[in-house]
Design a protein around this ligand. Structure first.
Ligand code: ADP
Length: 394
């Protein structure tokens, strides 16, 4: 009986031990799995946080506006790349006071004003020391949940380009008004003189009427050139490049201008060798050639030559040249020749009915073909205008 009981007890004990160990192992496994999941979740959370921070940093640094964040003591906490570029400050600014960092009293003024009123909007500052930049500053204090000041954020918007465009526009309007007013007041003056009695003297009346016609033509040219420029700039005048025979285009323009050239006994020489094909809008190319050859006739030497040539340029381009043997242009004027309304010789240009817009139109058309224009001139020897056009269509 006893041995049977002992065997039974031993089997029972072993069975219990096996079961207990199995369950323990299972529990340990569960705990390990649980811990592993927890570790994974924590790592994922950390990764998410890091990703979020990286995204925020990228966003902050890709902003066009410069941003400066100050803490409650007015010390730099954060700046973005745009701020550092704008102020040309590439050292570590963290922890510096505002004045130590930027050394600009204007900005200190904005800081103090923001402390008093909470925020400042659209404050414009000029920075002559920083390449004449114009900045617009917006600033606001940072408050915590208890409405206590925790710092300040200042945003700097570079408005230099906008300012420049504004000034160009103002200058343009002033120039146009002046150009329109001059021939108009001359026309009005002659008409009044005719009304007052000059009409009764046929010879004088004819002379006045011719002058009136000349100024009316000047107005017409001006308005035409203004419309062309405006259409080119607004994209209304679409440039449609096709393979165009350069020599033919030059020939046509020379024919159109032959009478004008003959009046000054100028020889127009089409020296474009053979068939040179260029990728250009036919009408626009003729406009470019017309403006350059017309100028060469107007400002060139009477009884002189105007030669049009073409030579291979760089990178698959053809370089066209319109050269005269006139009085030439001073170097300081050459730099500004393609600006609207710029004239090297004001009196001569006005006398010839010039609008001061011809070269600006040339530049615009050539650039819209992907080419470039330039001028070479020597006072007393002559002037050559060059422009490039592609040999192939894209
Ligand atoms: P404009 O209508 O006055 O001719 P452009 O824009 O065509 O206007 O030319 C600008 C100025 O450049 C002219 O007023 C003139 O002073 C100068 N210019 C242009 N072409 C020549 C040239 N071939 N020789 C000398 N001066 C020139």
């Amino acid at each position: 009986m006893w041995p049977t009981l002992a065997i039974f007890a031993a089997v029972f004990a072993i069975g219990f031990l096996v079961l207990w160990r199995g369950e323990r192992r299972q529990r340990l496994g569960e705990a390990e799995r649980h811990e592993k999941t927890l570790r994974e979740l924590t790592a994922k959370g950390e990764q998410k946080k890091l990703n979020f921070r990286a995204e925020q940093e990228t966003l902050f640094n890709s902003m066009i506006e410069g941003v400066l964040v100050l803490d409650g003591e007015g010390q730099v906490r954060l700046v973005n790349d745009a701020f550092q570029d704008l102020f040309n400050l590439h050292q570590n600014l963290k922890g510096r006071s505002l004045m130590e960092a930027v050394r600009l009293h204007e900005i200190e003024k904005i800081y103090n004003q923001t402390l008093v009123v909470g925020q400042v909007h659209g404050y414009n500052i000029e920075l002559p020391a920083l390449q004449d930049r114009s900045l617009q500053v917006n600033s606001t204090v940072i408050l915590d949940q208890r409405s206590e000041r925790r710092g300040m954020i200042l945003v700097f918007h570079d408005i230099t380009r906008i300012r420049e465009l504004e000034s160009t526009r103002r200058e343009f309007v002033a120039n146009v008004s002046h150009e329109l007013r001059t021939p108009l007041s001359l026309i009005k003056g002659y008409v009044e003189t005719l009304i007052d009695g000059a009409r009764n003297e046929p010879e004088v009346a004819l002379k006045f009427l011719n002058t009136i016609e000349k100024h009316a033509d000047r107005l017409t040219f001006l308005i035409e050139d203004l419309l062309t420029l405006s259409h080119l700039e607004s994209g209304q005048l679409v440039v449609n490049p096709r393979m165009t025979d350069l020599k033919n285009s030059v020939e046509r323009v020379c024919e159109d201008l032959s009478k004008k050239a003959a009046k000054r006994e100028i020889d127009l020489v089409n020296a474009v060798g053979g068939q040179v094909m260029v990728a250009a809008d036919g009408d626009r190319l003729q406009q470019v050639l017309f403006n350059l050859i017309d100028n060469a006739i107007k400002y060139g030497r009477s009884s002189g030559d105007v030669r049009i040539t073409a030579a291979p340029g760089e990178d698959g381009f053809v370089e066209v040249c319109v050269a005269d043997d006139g009085a030439g242009i001073a170097p300081e004027a050459c730099e500004r020749l393609f600006e609207r309304f710029f004239r090297a010789d004001k009196a001569r240009s006005r006398d010839q009915g010039g609008t001061g817009l011809g070269l600006a139109i040339v530049k615009h058309i050539i650039q819209s073909h992907g080419g470039e224009v330039r001028v070479e001139s020597q006072v007393g020897t002559g002037t050559s205008f060059f422009f490039t056009l592609n040999k192939e269509l894209f």
